[in-house]
Design a protein. Structure first.
Length: 440
């Protein structure tokens, strides 16, 4: 009976892989080099034991809770973890009272509030006086922008550190460690190719928990031979990751080849090719929001004023992808790819932007012409700020012949509209305006 109890209580063996491998020191912690690398601000604060209340803002699975626990251990502070779901005002005040007693005894209390954006205003307000007095070191973790989700009074007393999604190389390092560590899968004989670890790392999309959970699932579903060795192959990974093209490299040559193929197919008004390359990227595990961002760029760079509705449609598709995610958002991306493929094409906006940027870089930065400067003070009026300004709405034509470019660029043209689609009407209107200005 005692053996059964110890067996079921053996958390080191029964806990999920991600829990067993949770780092306990900064040396074991992977990622966030911009905060924890040599000489970086958070690392210095930890090493000097100068930790104050702070917010960790970042996507899921990047180590926010783990980092808070490590910091509590390094600073020798009592660690208390709160949940917005299970902690009411009374529980918060009870812990605060204990923290105040600890402070008077020379002990520090670190209170970790996971998903702090889920705490209501009353709960957040309950923290405030104790943060101000220094009774607690509040460490909040959130996946939402703290500027919108945390009370301004509380936020103003906390430092905000932005944690980034883990890079593929960081996730690969975690996976290799999981296979070798005695706390992980090190006591098992596992036959798994390195390229499959790369595929899991890419599939996890910056989330360490997803990477480790996927690895554990693949190992548990692998085939065991007579000698007890577990074999994990492509078919097992495909089942665990629900992806067929696992070897698609989101940072390598194939990534750029496929996005180029999508872009150029749309530019060539070939909706069939565009949809095919789009589905190739999605099947390989590409982040749908990345594709949506590229479609937004295309809407202005290659369609532009030839179809002004292309941009709002592309932005709407991005929002739909954000709301739904995969696999449902694939049809929205297809919607945009086909629309952009069939839209009339103009790169006039792109060339206008590039030509203007070149002049900004290469020509002297001249002052704004006085006639289009504001004159909010008497002195500025005496210096001719705003002198000669013509309010276009006061004229019969709703136009003026006032110069708006610097003198050295007088007459310079950047936007040269095409005759494609709706831009033909824009071109006619612009030519009419230019003829009127030149006639005066």
């Amino acid at each position: 009976m005692m053996e059964q109890l110890s067996l079921f209580d053996d958390r080191e063996r029964t806990a999920p892989l991600a829990s067993r491998l949770r780092p306990e020191t900064l040396e074991e912690y992977v990622g966030q080099e911009h905060l924890l690398g040599p000489g970086k601000i958070l690392r210095q604060l930890i090493d000097r034991d100068q930790i104050s209340s702070m917010i960790f803002w970042g996507p899921p699975g990047v180590g926010k809770t783990t980092l808070a626990r490590i910091i509590a251990g390094r600073t020798r502070a009592s660690f208390v973890e709160f949940s917005a779901v299970t902690s009411g005002i009374r529980e918060i005040k009870d812990v605060m009272a204990q923290a105040e007693q600890n402070r008077r005894s020379g002990l520090r209390t670190m209170l970790f509030a996971d998903e702090i954006h889920r705490f209501n205003k009353a709960q957040q307000d309950a923290f405030l006086p104790y943060v101000e007095k220094g009774s607690i070191i509040l460490v909040g973790a959130t996946t939402e922008n703290p500027s919108f989700e945390i009370n301004s009074a509380l936020l103003s007393r906390c430092r905000v550190f932005v944690l980034k999604a883990l890079e593929t190389k960081d996730l690969k390092k975690l996976l290799v460690h999981a296979l070798r560590s005695s706390r992980g899968l090190g006591d098992m004989e596992i036959d798994m190719e390195d390229i499959h670890l790369d595929a899991i790392a890419r599939f996890a999309n910056g989330d360490a928990r997803t990477a480790l959970n996927t690895l554990e699932m693949a190992v548990l579903n692998g085939e065991m031979d007579a000698g007890g060795r577990i074999h994990v192959d492509q078919e097992v990974l495909s089942q665990c990751m629900n992806r067929r093209s696992l070897l698609y490299d989101k940072n390598g040559e194939e990534h750029y080849n496929l996005i180029s193929a999508l872009h150029k197919s749309m530019r060539n008004s070939d909706p069939d090719a565009a949809v095919y390359w789009l589905c190739r990227m999605l099947d390989g595990g590409e982040e749908p929001l990345y594709i949506a961002r590229r479609l937004i760029r295309f809407a202005s760079e290659d369609v532009g004023m030839a179809d002004p509705q292309a941009l709002p449609l592309a932005v709407s598709v991005y929002q739909a992808c954000h709301f739904l995610g995969m696999p449902e958002c694939d049809v929205h991306l297809t919607h945009a790819a086909v629309y952009l493929s069939m839209a009339p094409k103009s790169n006039a906006l792109y060339t206008a932007c590039e030509d203007a940027k070149r002049d900004v870089r290469e020509l002297p930065a001249e002052p704004v012409p006085l006639q289009i400067c504001n004159a909010p003070t008497g002195l500025m009026k005496e210096l001719d700020y705003g002198k000669g300004y013509v309010y276009a709405h006061d004229t019969q034509e709703k136009l003026s012949r006032m110069k708006c470019l610097p003198e050295s660029l007088n007459g310079r043209r950047y936007y040269l509209p095409s005759e494609e689609g709706q831009e033909k009407r824009v071109k006619e209107r612009l030519e009419q305006i230019l003829r009127w200005k030149e006639s005066g």
